[in-house]
Design a binder for this molecule. Structure first.
Ligand code: HEM
Length: 439
């Protein structure tokens, strides 16, 4: 029980202190459960890749997610997961994703047209909320061919509620479904999301065929029985894509704009790269290989603020990790947040320095010194999608605006299921003159 109060009230500090004092593999008890916090890249690789069969997702955190994600890609395991992953994978193929670039830039443009009005009236925006709504629209349109315009507010609110509830339920000693007021509200949020998703699936069952992720999931037939997926399975996958596919990228974007506003030198250098390579033109997926500094900025922002700040597993059978014994059923915690600050791998770990990601330095570090998207067979399926989306959005926004943090607005990390800015991110919008306007 000793560590419970701090673990609940300030988990980032608890994990930081534990690793600082005790090193790369730290063992402790959480109530009746044995836990091991694993920080070293070698140990991370052991759990996620080399011996991944010995680490499953039968943890309380995943049980909580299962209550509303069911058995979608993120939460399922074994043969069922393998089959779903095989079906979904082609939707995330590099060529397929590149075609989504246009939608990403177009949707960002629509948001910026609204920002023009807001800036014109001298008002500010909550960039965290703006990014959540933008990435939700993008996931809806690209993977599900669905306009979520009318539902964006409702979905965003429901996701926030589930995120808060999940965080409390993971740490609670009560059974997961115990009907507290928070749980009842979370069920209600989950039901509202269900209604939105049911409508999407029903429309599609009645209507045209589409060459998107939902289309692939709907058409696939079981090799033995010839049956297509049930509505329930489809619902779980769509819910997973909605939740896993937008919140994470949105928080990462919010932190990126925050960091740029605090580091004008980095922002200037990035802006110079965009001016030089794009000359005022809208960016596309084809431009990204030439926008090296842009990628470094996004990566460095995800180093400091990895949206999935903690990843957990259950150890299936006794194991040895970097010389430490890990007993069967130990809860193993991997934290990109901690590993990304490992003092032996990252000099001045708290400093924001995109030059850490120039190719030569990147290659000199162990592979799992940096793992915002997890690793091994369960690595994020949306990795390429998210990286492209984040870069295109940052580039498109910076071409038109210089967001600045409203003085006095409190900025604090809130480690829920994702690492969010606790009070949102209220920013002013300085408009950038286009080349035509400047002339
Ligand atoms: C910056 C953005 C993102 C971050 C940081 C992120 C992070 C992660 C991480 C760490 C995992 C592994 C979890 C574990 O091993 O327990 C994961 C899995 C997953 N992510 Fe992402 N993600 C992002 C964006 C996306 C997007 C855009 C999509 C979909 C459009 C997506 C869909 C998924 C799915 C379906 C899984 C489960 C994959 C599987 O187990 O087969 N993610 N993500």
């Amino acid at each position: 029980m000793g560590v419970m109060p701090l673990l609940r009230s300030d988990p980032l500090r608890f994990f930081n202190d534990a690793a600082h004092r005790h090193g790369d593999v730290v063992s402790f008890r959480v109530g009746p459960m044995q836990a091991a916090l694993v920080r070293h890249p070698e140990a991370v690789k052991h759990v996620l890749v080399d011996n991944n069969h010995n680490y499953d997702k039968q943890t309380r955190a995943y049980d909580v997610l299962r209550t509303f994600l069911g058995s979608g890609l993120l939460t399922s395991e074994g043969d069922f997961w393998r089959r779903q992953r095989r079906i979904a994978q082609p939707a995330f193929h590099r060529r397929k994703i590149a075609a989504f670039g246009e939608i990403m830039v177009h949707q960002t443009g629509e948001m910026l047209a609204r920002w023009d009005d807001i800036a014109g009236q001298g008002n500010t925006v909550d960039v965290a909320a703006e990014m959540a709504s933008l990435t939700l629209r993008i996931v809806g349109q690209t993977l599900l061919s669905t306009e979520v315009d009318t539902n964006a507010g409702e979905i965003g609110e429901a996701v926030t509620r589930l995120n808060h509830w999940a965080d409390r339920a993971i740490d609670s000693l009560l059974p997961i479904g115990f009907p507290t007021l928070g749980t009842l509200r979370a069920w209600e949020a989950s039901r509202r999301l269900d209604a939105v998703i049911d409508a999407i699936i029903r429309r599609r069952r009645d209507g045209e065929q589409r060459d998107d992720l939902l289309g692939m999931l709907m058409e696939t037939r079981d090799a033995d029985t010839g049956e297509t997926m049930t509505n329930r399975q489809l619902r779980d996958e769509v819910m997973t894509i909605f939740l896993a596919g937008h919140e994470t990228t949105a928080t990462s974007l919010a932190w990126t704009f925050y960091l740029l506003s605090r580091h004008p030198d980095v922002e200037r250098r990035l802006r110079a790269e965009l001016d030089r390579e794009l000359a005022g033109r809208q960016p596309s997926a084809d431009d990204l290989p030439r926008l090296g500094y842009l990628q470094q900025v996004v990566k460095e922002s995800m180093r400091l603020y990895p949206p999935a700040w903690i990843i957990d597993r259950r150890c299936v059978a006794d194991d040895v990790v970097m010389g430490y014994q890990i007993k069967k059923h130990t809860l193993v915690l991997l934290s990109p947040y901690l590993t990304h600050r490992h003092p032996e791998l990252w000099p001045n770990p708290e400093g924001f320095d995109p030059d850490r990601f120039v190719a030569t330095l990147e290659e000199s570090r162990p592979r799992y010194a940096y793992f915002p998207f997890g690793g091994g067979p369960r690595q994020c399926i949306g990795n390429g999608f998210a990286m492209m989306e984040a870069q295109l959005i940052v580039a498109t926004v910076l071409q038109r605006f210089r967001p600045w943090l409203v003085p006095g607005h409190p900025v604090e990390q809130e480690p829920l299921v994702t690492l969010r800015p606790r009070f949102g991110l209220q920013m002013g919008l300085a408009q950038i003159a286009t080349a035509a306007e400047a002339a």
